[in-house]
Each structure stands twice: as C-alpha cells, then as structure tokens.
Design a binder for this molecule. Sequence first.
Ligand code: G
Ligand code: G
Ligand code: MN
Ligand code: NA
Length: 253
Amino acid sequence: MKLERDLRYALDNEEFLLYYQPKVSCRTGRIVGFEALLRWQHPLRGMVSPLEFIPLLEETGLIVPVGAWVLHTASAQARTWQEAGLGKLNIAVNVSGKQVGQHLCATVREALAASGLPAEHLELELTESQLMKDAEGIISTLRQLKATGVSISVDDFGTGYSSLAYLKRFPLDTLKIDRAFVRDLAADANDVSIAKAIITLAHSFNLKVVAEGVETEDQLSLLIANQCDIIQGYYFSKPLPTTEATAMLQQSR
Ligand code: G
Ligand code: G
Ligand code: MN
Ligand code: NA
C-alpha cells in the first residue's frame, strides 16, 4: 500500500514533526507544560492527521522507531525551553501500547540522557483502553518507568472499561478526563456529575486531573468550581508548531 511505503520513508526524510499544546494550571492560569502531538508533513498530501496514520504505524510496527523519535524530540524541546529560562515545563508524550513491550523503558532512558531533561519533567500518556488490554504486562513496565522518575498519565479517561481496582494497581500520576465529558459540560448536568466524580476519585488516589478539549469559558468555570487541576484545549490554545509555542511561552513569562 502506498501510504505504508510513504510512512517508511517519512522518518528518514524528516517528514514528521511535533506540535505542542499548552496545559494550563487552573489555580495560577499559567502554562505548566505541553502535550507533544505528532504531525506528518507529506510532500504531496500536505499535513496528515495522526488519526489517519497512527493505526498504520501500529500495524506495521513502525510506531516503535517513530515513537522513539517523538520521545527524543519532545524531551530535547522541553530541555531547550528550560535552558532558555522559559520555565520548568512538563512535556507529555503519547505512547502506544505497542511501544510498551518494545524496550520502552530503555528508549525513555536514552531520550532523557540524550536531552539532559530531568525525568520528573517527562510524562507518558497511555489511553485507558491500552492500559486495560494487557494490564498485567503493562503494570510491570510502568513500575520500571516510574522508577526512572517519569510520570504516567491515563489519556481518554472514562471512555474505556476500566475497573476501579486498576486505579490502585497501576502506578499512575494523572487522569485526563476525556473530551467527550467536557464537550457538553455547560448543558448536561450528567456530564458535570461525571467530571465531578472523576475529579473526586482522582484526588482520593492522590492523582492530578487534566481536563482535555476545553473550548469555552463556561466549561472552564465548571471545571475550576469542581477542583480540576489543569486544563487543555482550544479555549487556551490549539496545538502549535514549535516556534509559536516558544513565542507563547516568551509572552507569558
Ligand atoms: O491533534 P490530534 O489530531 O493530534 O491527535 C489525534 C490522536 O493521535 C490523539 O488520540 C493523539 O493521542 C494521537 N497522537 C498524537 N501524537 C501521537 C504520538 O506521538 N504517538 C501516539 N501513539 N499517538 C499520538
Ligand atoms: O487522544 P489525545 O487526548 O491525545 O488527543 C489529542 C487530540 O485532541 C488532538 O487531536 C488535538 O488536536 C485534539 N484537541 C485538543 N484540544 C481540543 C479541543 O479543545 N477541542 C477538540 N475538539 N479537540 C481538541
Ligand atoms: Mn493525549
Ligand atoms: Na485524549
């Protein structure tokens, strides 16, 4: 298939790049970090969405080298921002379940060593459904990862089939409330109840809560009223190319 062949060349030809979406503290209103989001600048198709090519990267196993590139690049960028005096920002990287069994811990250590980024500033995001797919196998890798000092975040929380028992067993730091519950927050009392329940649950396990997909002031107010820790979404900023993310940081300091 043409797309698959193109993907194989994309890494060598430096067609991948990262966009960065700010995460903002509900308490201070300041940028506390960024989520790195992969983009593919195809020579003919233009910018291709990860929704189109991540599944193919996973099927072909290319997610392992591409994921390593993402970890190295995002860590190096966070370190560059730190060295420029732009703050001790956290950088969050999405990790596919396929990477977990493939030397993820060694790759993370290499990315930290090569960039000089302190481990506590790197966060790995795994979706709830990926965690549940091979819970036992993943728990042991996550424990090793935690021992290196990085933090672990559950992406798309609330959409999968997680049992509450696993919240206790996985060594987690953060839950990210899925966009689906944030979208209708201002109109749907049930979604407020769900958000509230997730936040209370997270805090009782000493986990932080990020709300994703925050687009309006009303959503933000409801999240702040319910003790959400961090927000991410178009209300504050869409994912930005490196230069624009840097400019935003410079303006906000
Ligand atoms: O903005 P957005 O279109 O970037 O992302 C679409 C989806 O692709 C999201 O579910 C996001 O988690 C996923 N994604 C983005 N970047 C990466 C990446 O570097 N690795 C993996 N595994 N998934 C990513
Ligand atoms: O699954 P994950 O949370 O990693 O996905 C991040 C995705 O969410 C990216 O595609 C990103 O572009 C998108 N995104 C980020 N903020 C918003 C938002 O406020 N609204 C919507 N609809 N999508 C968002
Ligand atoms: Mn994510
Ligand atoms: Na998500």
